[in-house]
Design a protein. Structure first.
Length: 179
């Protein structure tokens, strides 16, 4: 018979392999025994690290028009925010309508106003266009001199010329060109 401790170590290793670096390898193990001859209860506490994630936690009532919020796992810009007043037996509700940064889809959130939601951390960087080939531009970052390829949006095709400097936004592994 496999003990609970060995089983929890197995689960930890399985989660670490599946999730990768999101699980902090330093975890706490606590053992509770309820006396002589009784079984022990062993628990393993996993600490999930948000250091690798590109979002921070904010309260829904703090979201303003123009701020960024995660809706359905996508970074969005809030276009309309409505807060209702609390009723006799209920809490205040917040309705946020937003547009996706990368796909321009409309999304909305309707939750209690004190609910915590994610706000994406978007890096705004400068780059120089090295070359343009059809719909693809090769861009060099001006801070670390790394290069990457990106497809050019239709509205920026006239502004993207070799040698020009541009601003781009980076969220996790996705890049958005801004003129």
């Amino acid at each position: 018979m496999v003990s609970w401790f060995k089983y929890s170590i197995f689960l930890y290793n399985l989660i670490f392999v599946l999730v990768g670096e999101c699980v902090n390898p330093s975890f706490g193990i606590s053992t509770l025994s309820s006396g002589k001859g009784r079984s022990k209860l062993t628990t393993v506490n996993f600490q999930l690290s948000r250091a690798d994630m590109a979002e921070k936690i904010v309260s829904l009532k703090e979201i303003k028009v123009g701020s960024y919020v995660m809706v359905d796992g996508e970074p969005c810009k809030a276009t309309k925010v409505e807060l209702s007043k609390p009723g006799k037996h209920g809490s205040a509700k917040a309705r946020v309508e937003a547009v996706g940064l990368f796909d321009d889809k409309k999304r909305s959130i309707l939750k209690p106003a004190d609910t915590d939601v994610g706000a994406p951390i978007i890096e705004k960087k400068g780059g120089q266009i090295i070359s343009v080939s059809g719909n693809v531009a090769q861009i060099m970052d001006l801070t670390d001199y790394s290069t990457f390829d990106i497809t050019i949006p239709d509205d920026l095709k006239t502004k993207i010329l070799p040698g020009a400097e541009i601003v781009y936004w980076k969220f996790e592994d996705r890049v958005l060109l801004k003129g």
